[in-house]
Design a protein around this ligand. Structure first.
Ligand code: AMP
Length: 196
């Protein structure tokens, strides 16, 4: 199963992708995690990306597309994958379309998490607090100021993807405002329906 989880920062994509990944035995491919790992490793690409991530701006398409192209070649992605946080621009979506077409593969669904933007800042604040309580380093971009920039990037650059995938008949929507377990239940039901 090849899935895309689409939605603004704080919509719950990562939380749900981790659950569906475990349930279906397919990897969760989070470009945010991959970029943060590259930054932590101190590679030139990672360090360049870190400046943009910390500012709440998107990393250039060619960098992210290159990372995803390599990652989906790995053996664990052969059975499928959940793309969490990619694509984030129409150019990335088109690059992914070409990448999959060249392998004779297609997407099973693009799932948009529909959320009330007013609730997102609270969710981000909760994530920051929980990470701190677990002794993890709090993300520099999980603060109200940077969050505004991230939401703006989402509205301008990522929101148009809904129309891109709706035109292709691949878009499914899920209510991301429900409690976490209910969202998981809805997702599982949706994927079961898809699998027929
Ligand atoms: P996330 O962990 O998905 O919230 O992503 C954190 C940050 O990583 C974003 O604000 C961007 O700076 C960068 N990033 C992650 N995925 C992408 C992508 N597909 N395209 C561009 N930048 C990305």
């Amino acid at each position: 199963m090849r899935l895309i989880f689409l939605g603004p920062p704080g919509a719950g994509k990562g939380t749900q992708a981790a659950r569906i990944s475990e349930r279906h035995g397919i990897p969760q491919l989070s470009t945010g995690d991959m970029l943060r790992a590259a930054a932590a490793a101190g590679s030139p690409v990672g360090l360049e990306a870190k400046k943009l991530i910390d500012a709440g701006a998107l990393v250039p398409d060619e960098v992210v597309v290159g990372i995803v192209a390599e990652r989906i070649e790995e053996p664990d992605a052969a059975k499928g994958f959940i793309l969490d946080g990619f694509p984030r621009t129409v150019a990335q979506a088109e690059a992914l379309d070409r990448m999959l077409a060249s392998k004779g593969l297609s997407l099973d669904a693009v799932i948009e998490f529909v959320v009330d933007e007013g609730a997102l800042l609270d969710r981000i604040a909760t994530r920051a607090r929980e990470m701190q309580e677990r002794g993890q380093e709090v993300r520099k971009d999980d603060n109200p100021e940077v969050f505004k920039t991230r939401l703006e990037a989402f509205r301008k650059q990522t929101a148009p993807l809904s129309a891109h995938y709706a035109e292709k008949g691949q878009l499914e929507k899920i209510d991301g405002m429900k409690p976490i377990d209910e969202v998981t239940r809805d997702l599982v039901a949706l994927l079961e329906k898809k699998a027929g």
